[in-house]
Design a protein around this ligand. Structure first.
Ligand code: SAH
Ligand code: SF4
Ligand code: F3S
Length: 377
């Protein structure tokens, strides 16, 4: 009888794709993926550490297994960013977790589950953890496992080397590694052979992509030429790596959605510097102007963090006014959350909770009205 596995996915699109990668690995190793957690022999939690709240959701989901006795419990694996963040400390906080696997060790999952199934006895509770990996084999992207019949996510680069001071991603995902563009194009063609027509290219900083002289502008031009591909997009772009050439490439590619997600994070130069973002408010605003001139009817969205350490009312108003001036089609607003190991962890988290909530609410309301206004036009 086949072993049934259920995967819970938390976090960003990268994790959505990683869950497919894991499912593909499992299926190729004789496992079955179920859509019903109650009939699963193995349950995986593919987790996110970007904010405290993201982790809290996982701890609370995991807590449901506390009461089940050992014999009736499925094998439980915690994988992804939280596995990397906590490593074997996970077993102290959640003793019913059987194994943990970091984002750069995904290839080991089938073998780990095999080991657990073969060696499991009620007397000895084997624990396995793998968090030292530094690479992913190219094959994992070619299992052909996609959840959606029409659309596929394609990872173009793994990890991030930007070290924005608040962000845990470089620590849990490792440094930036670009996939060979030939492999990326091959993966897209394989998916097209399966009937998929729409694609989203994924990376923490897609416009820093570069492999063998092919930068991101060239890559999107190549993707645009693929026969059978109808539409594509990409996330996420970093302002410091955005150029007019980049905007021209967006505007030239007919199959590319004329849409840009360009996180600004803050409108205050002082805070941007503390965040280590590598650009100023003025540079960001000039980018927006150039984007709108070059990409006619291109839409624009952003991410914003309120309540970064030492953010004053004046800094906050700089962000508020930037949002008002730019008129984003959409904005995702987050309250600053201290993350372990980051540079910002060393700064006092001194904007109190209520104040973070007020700033969050104010920008949220502002953006709601802007989006409403833009939709009516
Ligand atoms: N690589 C992407 C996405 C990173 S995570 C990028 O650079 O844009 C998605 C968003 O989460 C970030 O853009 C940021 O706004 C937010 N974020 C990251 N770390 C955070 C933290 N410690 N507290 C609050 N929000 C955070
Ligand atoms: Fe985090 Fe910055 Fe990298 Fe985005 S670019 S993943 S915010 S370090
Ligand atoms: Fe979260 Fe990891 Fe993505 S921390 S946002 S799942 S890269």
């Amino acid at each position: 009888m086949k072993i049934n596995t259920y995967i819970y996915t938390f976090g960003c699109q990268m994790n959505v794709r990683d869950s497919e990668v894991i499912a593909g690995l499992l299926v190729n190793n004789g496992y079955q993926i179920t859509i019903n957690p109650d009939e699963a022999d193995v349950i995986l939690f593919n987790t996110c550490s970007v904010r405290q709240h993201a982790e809290d959701k996982v701890w609370s989901e995991l807590g449901r297994f506390k009461k089940k006795d050992k014999q009736n419990r499925p094998i439980i694996g915690l994988v992804g960013c939280m596995a990397q963040n906590y490593k074997e400390k996970v077993f102290t906080r959640a003793p019913y977790v059987d194994f943990i696997v970091g984002p750069n060790d995904l290839r080991k999952i089938p073998q780990i589950i095999d080991n657990l199934i073969n060696q499991r006895s009620p007397l000895t509770q084997l624990k396995i953890w793998q968090t030292n990996g530094t690479w992913r084999p190219e094959e994992i992207y070619h299992s052909g496992f996609y959840q959606d019949k029409e659309h596929a996510y394609v990872i173009i680069s793994e990890g991030c080397s930007n070290y924005c001071s608040y962000c845990i991603v470089p620590y849990v995902r490792g440094p930036l590694r670009n996939r060979n563009y030939k492999d990326i194009l091959r993966e897209i063609e394989e998916a097209i052979d399966k009937g998929i027509r729409k694609f989203t290219l994924l990376g923490q900083n897609v416009n820093a992509y570069e492999f063998d002289g092919i930068n991101f502008n060239k890559l999107i031009r190549l993707v645009n030429e693929i026969k059978g591909l109808e539409e594509f997009g990409f996330i996420t772009s970093h302002p410091k790596d955005a150029t007019e050439e980049f905007f021209k490439a967006i505007s030239d590619c007919q199959k590319l959605k004329q849409y840009l997600h360009l996180p600004v994070q803050s409108g205050s130069d002082r805070i941007l510097k503390l965040m280590n973002r590598g650009y100023t408010r003025g540079f960001y605003l000039s980018l927006v102007d150039r984007y709108r001139k070059i990409v006619k009817r291109g839409s624009l969205s952003t991410d914003i963090i309120v309540g970064f350490p030492s953010e004053t009312e004046e800094d906050f108003l700089d962000t508020y006014n930037l949002v008002k001036d730019v008129q984003f089609n959409n904005a995702f607003i987050f309250k600053y959350s201290v993350r372990p190991n980051t540079e910002a962890e060393k700064l006092p988290d001194n904007v109190d909770k209520k104040e973070k909530e007020r700033r969050h609410r104010l920008i949220l309301e502002l953006q709601k009205n802007i989006s409403k206004g833009l939709n009516e036009n």
